[in-house]
Design a protein around this ligand. Sequence first.
Ligand code: GTP
Ligand code: MG
Length: 462
Amino acid sequence: MNKMKNDTICAISTPLGIGGIGLIRLSGPDTYRIIKKIFMSKNEKIPVSKWKSHTVRYGYIVDNEKIVDEVLITIMRKPKSYTREDMAEIGCHGGLAAMKSVLNLCLSRGARLASPGEFTKRAFLNGRIDIAQAESVMNIILSQTEKSLEVSIKQLKGSLSEKIQKLRDGIFKLLVQLETLIDFSEEHVVEEIKPDIEGTIEKTCNNIENILKSGQTGKIFTEGIKAAIVGKPNVGKSSLLNILTEDEKALVSEIPGTTRDAIESIISIKGIPLKIIDTAGIRKPEGKIEVMGVDKARLWMEKAEIVLLLLDGSQTLDSLDMDLLERSGEKRRILVINKIDLPLKIDEKRLEKFADNKEVVKISAATGHGISMLYEKIYELIESGAGTLKEPEFFLNLRQETILKNVLQNLTEAKKAVNKNLSLDIIAEQIKFCLWDMDNITGKNLSDEIIDSIFDKFCIGK
Ligand SMILES: Nc1nc2c(ncn2[C@@H]2O[C@H](COP(=O)(O)OP(=O)(O)OP(=O)(O)O)[C@@H](O)[C@H]2O)c(=O)[nH]1
Ligand SMILES: [Mg+2]
């Protein structure tokens, strides 16, 4: 088991840069000794050792006599803290210099700089949360939409762990049942019990398959979907990005070739993060920079999960449009006619042939006409690719997904063994593998190395 370090750690927990306030976190047995050395209260006489848990103090951080910053300090005494250790959070003025000075002071007075995720790792090692919960902390940090935040928070409270525990209990009962049978094996008893064993295995497999399905949807909700807007120059790609994101991020002009480099923005479509990429207009490039821009646009067209192929409705289809229609044929795409506020010249009949029986969406990025329809079509396309977008119950990371797939495979093997009337020992062995794997999800028998690799992905200060 990963050894619990008994020193005091500290780190800047808010993003570096200029901000209103920044937080420095301390955790460990020396927390309050360090605070005592560096904090000067405005007018309070009570010593740090007597401060009550979950209270806030106002004063100065001082380096000997010199004032470094004006701060608020929150203290949380063990075990009622994030790490279950004595903790303090120093709310500094958010400037980088002030934060660094306070951090350096903590370090020089006996704290050690925390490694990435070390606060959460301590919460795990001290038994406050299990690994599945710790991993959901990461999801909370990465959540880009309210929906993914909601699911991550449920998971932090233990929804996935509880589900796994229930399944584990079921499998454990099965093992006990099998081992009893092994001890008193009489042919007719085995025959009688067989449907029972098969039933439990079947039920567990179904449950695991459902969790895996939910995880697949969860992936869409956490990682999102990439959609590239492609089209020839001047069709209104940047205008479309701006109207979809309700922002003026991309430069729009009547000069073809305005966008040289891809621009990305993230929006939420019914809780799904959609990363929209505005690309350079695809045409026969002239200069070196244009070549790069066009190459990049083509690359995005390949990389994106969804392509929004934009066409100018006020012009007839030309060879550039035709080329793009052919090239993007294999992609999941939506054909979008823009500029419908102008007289339409585009040959819709010809276009419909490329639309695979799907509607061609007509919009005006200038007036906003048809944009809500486009949102709907994007959502439908995501849904058609994912099977269902029922709100996920859980998020699974690759580690959890791999383990569950393993369990499923072992259970399937066990079921086959039952069918083939193989020895009960063999079945029991398979079931034991499953139990071992299930425990890995919540972190009961993980090696130090795996635990470290999980927390290494965290940011410093978490
Ligand atoms: N009338 C009309 N004009 C539009 C519409 N959408 C874009 N435009 C105009 O078309 C021109 C080109 O728009 P952009 O959004 O820069 O086009 P783009 O596809 O990003 O162009 P490049 O980056 O050069 O490839 C601008 O003058 C826009 O104002 C629309 O729906 N209707
Ligand atoms: Mg552009």
